[in-house]
Design a protein around this ligand. Structure first.
Ligand code: ATP
Length: 301
């Protein structure tokens, strides 16, 4: 088997006139926590549905554990713990019935681990699914995804519906356990602080296209924020290779940059600008900068 648990090459998908995925290629190595980020409608759920074999590629290939998830659903789905964005739990069951129902599909269901998770998630066995709050639904869904100890977890917006404290505790605990056991996680989220905290690889999807896919530490070190001061007030920010976004007015501007710092420093000297401060941007700031830069490029095309 390849060392990549998931390999996606040139995947494209249209819904009518909407290009939901456009030549997407990415690989998820074994043991990675891979965070997929993008604005609403960027194509994250569509991408995850291809990984699960729920959608057939119109163009390109998807391989999970080296298998085609559409051609071999038992070979792929049996090894995936999945949490859907809509949670999709049968509404007539109690939590106890839900456990019994789900474990029948998974020979590797671990009842001791399931019980541990139930206690951690504070779920009562006799509670009925329709009476669960959004947070409880998310926890029940996560429990079902985890309790058969799958080698791959695919989670669509796992913390949506969880309050911030629970979100941090639960998600961190899960991700730690999963990774300690050498398993792999692919999850989508629009909460960039969360993605930065738990992922070791990230991909940014924008309008169906991959803007960036890279180890998180490489993303963080290759972007930097500078505060610069020009000798003369600037009516507009000048053309500057490597500057993704800028804000400010007059003499002082803040820029988020990507690429070779030395070249940028030389260019700033030529423009008679002095660097006042340098800082490391967060993943959220990098994400916003990359999105704005992509929007500007497509506008200029
Ligand atoms: P969100 O964060 O809002 O869940 P997303 O990144 O998961 O968004 P997708 O749900 O993958 O985005 O949708 C990508 C695009 O494809 C959207 O414009 C969506 O309206 C469209 N789309 C997705 N599924 C379908 C479908 N079954 N029929 C028609 N259009 C669809």
């Amino acid at each position: 088997m390849s060392e990549h648990v998931i390999e996606i090459s040139d995947l494209s998908r249209r819904f009518g006139k909407k290009q939901a995925l456009d030549n997407v290629s990415l690989s998820v190595p074994e043991g990675a926590v891979f965070g997929l980020v993008g604005e609403n409608g960027a194509g994250k759920t569509t991408l995850l549905k291809h990984v699960l074999g729920f959608l057939k590629p119109q163009q390109g290939t998807v391989r999970v554990f080296g298998l085609d998830p559409v051609a071999d659903p038992p070979g792929v789905l049996g090894r995936i713990g999945h949490l859907s964005e809509t949670r999709d739990l049968p509404t007539w069951m109690t939590i106890r019935e839900l456990f019994e129902f789900t474990r029948a599909f998974y020979p590797k269901w671990d009842p001791v681990y399931a019980e541990e998770l139930r206690m951690m998630f504070e779920l009562s066995l006799n509670q009925k699914v329709p009476t669960l709050s959004r947070g409880q639904l998310a926890r029940a869904g996560l429990l079902l995804a985890l309790a058969h100890r799958p080698p791959l977890l695919v989670l669509d917006e796992p913390s949506s519906g969880l309050d911030p404290v629970v979100r941090k505790d639960i998600l961190d605990a899960i991700i730690r356990t999963v990774v300690d056991e050498g398993r792999t996680v692919l999850f989508s989220s629009h909460l960039l602080d969360e993605v930065q905290r738990v992922s070791d690889r990230v991909a940014i999807l924008d309008q169906g296209k991959i803007l960036l896919t890279s180890p998180l530490d490489e993303v963080l070190v290759s972007h930097y924020q500078l505060t610069v001061s020009f000798q003369e007030p600037q009516p507009f920010f000048p053309e500057l290779e490597g500057a993704l976004t800028w804000s400010g007015s007059g003499r002082e501007w803040k820029i988020i940059c990507n690429g070779q710092k030395q070249e940028l420093e030389v260019a700033l000297q030529e423009l008679k600008a002095e660097i006042l401060e340098q800082a490391a941007p967060t993943l959220e700031e990098i994400f916003v900068a990359r999105m704005k830069s992509a929007a500007r490029s497509s506008f200029e095309e």
